[in-house]
Unconditional design. Structure first.
Ligand code: ADP
Length: 265
């Protein structure tokens, strides 16, 4: 009987290693399936949504500039509506695509050296139109000198415009938003403050969670996916930037981002 113990022990160990090997293969195959599904999703979404959106954009650009249409007030308004709504649709599709790309393993930042002072100036000018449209005020207080950081230009644009869009969306009556930027020897700090509805402490803890939205009650009926701040947080983490939100219900919210300065060209 003693003679049999060792072969039995070896057989059990062999069976256990084969089982764990099979389990590992199964996990790898499953992960590959998920990655393939994500790749398919991004490709399909790009093709099925972005292609028609681009065609509508071309056509509506033509319509809003067409002399015959411009003369007819009603037709002019209709073509402007098509253009505006198409651009809104494009923004939403971009948001979903950004999240899908973010969750795919191959997500890589294309970092370059950027003058943040100049960049924030440009974003303020870009966002100004949206604020004008909603009779809001957007101001900035920036350093006079260039402040360099390493960042992915596209994602940095998305981060700042997501935060500014929220400041405009979750406002009370007339939105007033300030962008303040300062820097010391190591870090640049951007503060984006609004005078909006604010966020309570419990919601603030979950604000970066995927799909998290503050339960609105009767306070506001602004629509969204709850993906904006999830994306913002992921991009900040990927760059090693620190992001925090401070908020007082009924008074407003301050978003603070700290970014390491790049000293070498
Ligand atoms: P979405 O705006 O699409 O719902 P976000 O992830 O950008 O998604 O924001 C999550 C939630 O955080 C929002 O639903 C809103 O309730 C709250 N929120 C975000 N920014 C602000 C802000 N500046 N003021 C008040 N509430 C905000």
């Amino acid at each position: 009987m003693n003679d049999l113990r060792i072969p039995i022990l070896f057989s059990i160990l062999t069976i256990l290693s084969v089982l764990s090997f099979m389990y590992a293969i199964w996990v790898i195959l499953r992960q590959k399936q998920v990655t393939d599904l994500q790749t398919d999703f991004i490709n399909n979404m790009t093709h099925e949504f972005k292609t028609p959106i681009s065609s509508i954009k071309l056509a509506s650009d033509y319509l809003v500039n067409n002399e015959t249409i411009v003369k007819d007030v009603r037709l002019k308004r209709y073509s402007e509506v098509i253009k505006e709504q198409n651009s809104r649709l494009n923004n939403q599709v971009e948001k979903v695509l950004n999240i899908a790309r973010l969750e795919k393993d191959q997500f890589k930042l294309k970092k370059e050296r950027i003058d943040l002072t100049d960049f924030v100036k440009m974003i303020t000018a870009q966002e100004q139109m949206k604020f004008d449209f909603q009779k809001g005020i957007l101001t900035n207080h920036l350093p006079t000198e260039p402040i360099y950081i390493m960042a992915d230009r596209l994602h940095l644009t998305n981060v700042l415009s997501n935060i500014l869009d929220n400041a405009l969306k979750y406002c009370q009556d007339s939105p007033e938003v300030q962008i303040n930027m300062s820097a010391d020897a190591r870090m640049a700090t951007i503060l984006i403050s609004d005078n909006g509805i604010g966020i309570n402490t419990d919601d603030l803890k979950k604000i970066f969670d995927k799909f998290y939205r503050v339960s609105t009650g009767n306070r506001h009926d602004v629509k969204g996916f709850g993906l904006g701040l999830f994306y913002v947080k992921n991009i900040c983490d990927a760059h090693n930037w620190n992001i925090e939100l401070d908020s007082v219900v009924g008074q407003g919210t301050v978003v603070k981002i700290k970014l390491p300065i790049s000293h070498t060209a």
